[in-house]
Design a protein around this ligand. Structure first.
Ligand code: DAH
Length: 343
């Protein structure tokens, strides 16, 4: 028995040493240590050994097993080191996953929300399918206003739908986010500070500066003693945070049916002395018209406020020097991935 153990030990250790790679080593393991291997077969024979010899033989076998296990582990590690040793190129770049990115217009919307949140504004939303009442009447828009014409607004065929309540007029796709002002003032109590981002629709021919579906971000602040100074201060702060601290502004008198006085805001980058300033129109705004407050049962003697609306597409074009609005809706990955924040 002693001799058998000694010769098997020499045989296994030589086989382990001679295994050229992991697969060969595994074959050695199966041949000697596996269930039908030579080592379990030898252990079987322990049964035939006289009782008094068992402690000595048992000890020999245990030493044998430890030696084989150590040799086996040692060879396994050596083979692994060899494999790492240049035969695998660990500097090869791995396979990358496409993460996608946030659309540049959505990035402007999210950034705007973040800035107004800091100023204590809440976010509110309204439906894209609106009524004439919310989109036009309550916003003090005369019945013969050109925006109401069927060439400018998408109206929805009523025949298949429940008619709207008395006074709501026809259903339409909202042409602006301003109806959210009305919905908010009807449902909430002053003081109110909201912005309302969302999609709008107009029957425009699509070209470099027009889409028939686009976004707006509406703003509304209602309370006591709110003035044009608050409007100017808030908008200037907001656009400087969004587009750069060096912006300068111009508030030009304008007309909107729902604000009085109304302004258009132009902005421009600082220029060197003597160079012409390039003004760009960026936002419409004004003090909420007293008639609009009356339409939502607020007392214009007690409350005042201001509102604004701008297009995040416009801002994204300014930010990234994008020449054509249509790029935003073509879903060309080569365009979209330039705005990815993940490198
Ligand atoms: N709704 C206007 C538009 O679509 C934008 C606008 C202008 C919104 C002035 C306002 C505002 O809230 O006060 O052209």
């Amino acid at each position: 028995m002693k001799d058998q153990i000694a010769s098997l030990q020499a045989e296994v250790l030589a086989a382990i040493d001679g295994a050229a790679d992991a697969a060969a080593l595994e074959n050695v393991r199966i041949a000697y240590l596996g269930r039908n291997g030579k080592i379990p077969a030898l252990l079987e024979k322990m049964r035939d050994i006289p009782k008094e010899d068992r402690p000595v033989i048992g000890k020999l076998i245990n030493e044998f097993k430890t030696k084989v296990n150590d040799a086996f582990e040692g060879r396994k590690n050596a083979l692994q080191d060899k494999a790492d040793d240049g035969s695998v190129d660990t500097s090869l770049p791995g396979r990358t996953t496409n993460f996608g990115s946030i659309h540049p217009v959505q990035q402007v919307i999210e950034h705007s929300i973040e800035i107004f949140r800091r100023l204590g504004f809440a976010i509110n939303e309204g439906p894209e399918i609106e009524s004439e009442f919310y989109n036009f009447d309550a916003l003090n828009t005369p019945k013969d206003h050109p925006a109401r014409a069927e060439q400018d607004t998408f109206y929805i065929l009523e025949s298949a739908l429940q008619p709207l309540a008395e006074g709501q007029g026809r259903r339409l796709l909202r042409t602006q986010t301003s109806p959210v002002q009305i919905r908010t003032m009807k449902e909430w109590k002053p003081p109110i500070r909201i912005i309302a981002p969302g999609r709008c629709y107009r029957r425009d021919e699509i070209d470099a500066t027009h889409l028939m579906s686009f976004f707006q971000i509406e703003g509304l602040a209602i309370g006591e003693n709110i003035t044009v100074a608050d409007l100017k201060g808030t908008l200037e702060y907001f656009f400087r945070e969004l587009l750069g601290r060096d912006l300068q502004f111009r508030f030009r008198p304008h007309f909107f049916p729902f604000t009085e006085p109304s302004f258009e805001v132009d902005c421009a980058r600082a220029t060197k002395p003597g160079q012409p300033v390039k003004w760009l129109e960026i936002c419409g705004c004004g003090m909420v018209d007293p008639q609009v407050l009356i339409n939502v049962d607020l007392d214009p003697e007690k409350y005042s406020g201001w509102a604004f609306g701008f297009g995040p597409e416009r801002v994204a074009m300014l930010r990234h020097n994008i020449p054509d609005l249509r790029l935003f809706i073509e879903n060309d990955v080569r365009f979209l991935k330039q705005f990815s924040k993940v490198a």
